[in-house]
Ligand binder design. Structure first.
Ligand code: FES
Length: 161
């Protein structure tokens, strides 16, 4: 006489092996996901940039935007590099400062201030912005982006995105 378990041993053994694999998979994911997050977090983390000193208040031109080029250390994942950027700082009628990027909002070309026409002009497709960064004409869909700006002890700081 043949025992029923000996007749069909494979289905029960296969079920147990598959159950162990599923449980091991859960444990593996439980350990693997936090470990992967730990090692990748410097790359994925978007930290808020620090304030960058860019100029003295006395360097600003009266009545029109001042072009300021600045450098700062940028962290890209684990790699440090030096970034060079340009911004325009405008003193408004109420005395407040506004910092604008020089990137056109159409396709990202660098705009420049034209003192003769009193507007920012984009060399790529003819976009134009007023001194506050508002679109005057051309294809740009939005005003020039503003950067956070503050003044401390007559020094101008911006926060670069
Ligand atoms: S990139 Fe400035 S108008 Fe097109």
């Amino acid at each position: 006489m043949v025992c029923p378990e000996e007749k069909h041993p494979a289905p029960r053994r296969g079920f147990l092996i598959n159950g162990i694999k599923v449980i091991a998979g859960f444990f593996g994911l439980g350990l693997g996901i936090p470990l992967a997050g730990f090692f990748l977090s410097p790359v994925l983390k978007k930290s808020r940039p620090d304030w960058i000193e860019i100029a003295d208040v006395g360097q600003l031109r009266q009545g029109e935007p001042s072009k300021i080029t600045y450098r700062y250390a940028r962290k890209d994942g684990w790699r440090m590099s030096e970034a060079r950027r340009m911004a325009f700082v405008v003193r408004q009628d109420d005395g407040k400062l506004v910092a604008l990027t020089n990137k056109c909002t159409h396709l990202g070309c660098g705009v420049d201030w034209n003192a003769a026409t009193q507007r920012f002009t984009c060399p790529c497709h003819g976009g134009a912005f007023d001194a506050q960064g508002r679109v005057l004409e051309g294809p740009p869909p939005e005003p020039l982006a503003q950067l956070e700006v503050k003044v401390e002890a007559d020094k101008i700081f911006i926060r670069d995105a």
